[in-house]
Design a protein around this ligand. Structure first.
Ligand code: FVH
Length: 292
């Protein structure tokens, strides 16, 4: 039996899909895991798994030095933290709730004023993957605090540290999540397109997954062209791409599939070509996307 002050303990606030997966992981890793949830019913499965359910929020927070928070959004986190203000000196808050860089920086400032510490974390994974290398977790905050928390955090999955600025992990998270959604809404639209032509969707998805392999090197090439400002043709010169886009958009219109985003791309291409850059690549649209 390890002496009490050596026993690893952690409190988890929020036992939704993700919070419960996090709490289960800590329990499985031998932590004395205190669990709290607004709707206390959700503590039951965790208590059965060996966790300690505490219904009074301030007692749940008082029970451990490390307090992991995983709620629906940071509005909820705000509501919860307000209830424990003044009673958190010495605590280490590890917030794994999705949110913005500004929210993360505000919480870090709040913690500082409360004589507590703060690490901001973002999860690029499904609950099922938590506790395995498949889960990607992004962290930022004070290096000394991150280092001290590393043994706890690395139990959750593959972790990346983004440095001292508490908002840095959220910057990457929101950007990467946005790219994912841009791609996936495009994918859903193309499924409508090919479905109408009787294409087998599973086979099509497999082919798309194959084509996606080529995008890694293209991303690096485009960033290089943006740095150099030369914008060598990628995907061909813009004027050739624009010619294809007219057909692509007309085809979609004929199939009653949304052309909003494709029209946005075409408009950018036309503007860039009109500015005399028709021989440049798709990367040159970057010039039109910054603060106007
Ligand atoms: N689930 C996923 O696949 C994604 C993967 C990527 C990261 N996200 C983020 O994880 C956060 C939690 O998401 P979740 O899936 O666990 O969400 P729910 O299952 O709906 O659980 C929400 C918990 O938040 C509690 N809650 C909501 N509002 C409040 C409030 N005002 N005060 C206190 N707690 C609140 C809720 O409590 P209850 O309704 O059970 O009483 C749940 O515990 C999220 O940021 C995702 O973006 C997950």
């Amino acid at each position: 039996e390890t002496p009490h002050n050596k026993r690893k303990s952690v409190t988890v606030l929020g036992l939704g899909n993700m919070g419960a997966a996090i709490a289960h992981t800590f329990i499985n890793q031998g932590y004395d895991t205190v669990v709290w949830n607004r709707n206390a019913e959700k503590c039951k499965p965790l208590v059965e798994a060996g966790g300690a359910g505490i219904e009074i929020l301030i007692e749940a927070v008082a029970a451990s030095k490390q307090v992991v928070i995983c709620l629906l959004n940071n509005t909820a986190v705000d509501e919860v933290l307000k209830q424990v203000a003044g009673a958190v000196a010495g605590k280490v808050f590890i917030n794994l709730t999705s949110g913005t860089p500004a929210q993360a920086r505000d919480f870090a400032e709040w913690a500082e004023k409360q004589n507590a510490s703060y690490i901001d974390g973002k999860i690029l994974a499904d609950p099922i993957d938590i506790g395995t290398a498949k889960a990607q977790l992004l962290f930022s905050g004070k290096p000394t605090v991150f280092d001290a928390q590393y043994p706890l955090l690395e139990k959750l999955g593959a972790i990346t540290y983004y440095g001292e600025d508490a908002g840095a992990a959220a910057v990457d998270f929101l950007a990467q999540v946005a790219i994912g959604y841009e791609f996936l809404i495009g994918f859903l639209h193309t499924l409508q397109l090919v479905d109408q032509e009787g294409v087998d969707l599973a086979a099509f998805a497999h082919r798309v997954a194959g084509t996606l392999q080529g995008y890694g090197p293209l991303l690096s090439l485009m960033v290089n062209e943006i740095k150099l400002g030369t914008y060598q043709p990628d995907l061909g010169p813009l004027q050739v791409q624009a010619a294809m886009f007219d057909d692509l958009i007309n085809h979609r219109k004929s199939k009653n599939v949304e052309t909003l985003r494709m029209q946005e791309i075409k408009n950018l291409m036309d503007r860039r070509i009109a500015n005399g850059h028709g021989a440049q690549g798709f990367s040159s649209l970057f010039e039109l996307l910054g603060k106007q």
